[in-house]
Design a protein around this ligand. Structure first.
Ligand SMILES: [Zn+2]
Length: 147
């Protein structure tokens, strides 16, 4: 059994995505495949979905950005599109995530994420993308988003 690691604010991307529950990050963390992704912020990855087309005055790269909701263009067409895609495919809303962070703060958000995506079996994290715990390989049914 792996020791439980607390969720890190550094792994919450500017768009509201929690990298700790991303398949690419979990593959990297658990030494699977050849994923080199250490998370958007830690890896200084420019956001493919948003920042490549970001027209906000404040944010040209993830490095400079804190969160999308601080942008003068928020919510822009790009984040709305991404949000729609994530809601449809994975039952998660990045805009709801952002609103949660904005209204209740990061600590509250991390607690919420921990409750929702922590594997009850081993304490690892469950991926939003395939609903699997990458530590014990269990397919877990996730509760309703942000419930
Ligand atoms: Zn597990």
């Amino acid at each position: 059994m792996k020791p439980e690691k607390p969720l890190s604010a550094e792994l919450i991307a500017p768009c509201g995505m929690n990298c700790a529950i991303c398949s690419r990050y979990l593959s990297f963390l658990n030494g699977l495949k050849r994923s080199q992704c250490s998370g958007c912020r830690p890896g200084h990855v420019n956001c493919t979905y948003l920042f490549a087309k970001c027209s906000g005055v404040n944010h040209q790269s993830v490095k400079e950005a804190v969160f999308c909701f601080e942008c003068d263009q928020y919510p822009c067409a790009q984040i709305k599109r991404m949000d729609k895609r994530y809601q449809k495919s994975y039952g998660m809303s990045v805009v709801e995530n952002l609103e949660w962070i904005k209204e209740k703060g990061m600590e509250s958000f991390l607690e919420n994420q921990d409750r929702k995506y922590r594997c009850p079996g081993c304490g690892g994290m469950i991926s939003i993308h395939n609903r699997k715990c990458f530590s014990c390989d269990t397919v877990t049914r996730l509760a309703d988003p942000l419930s």
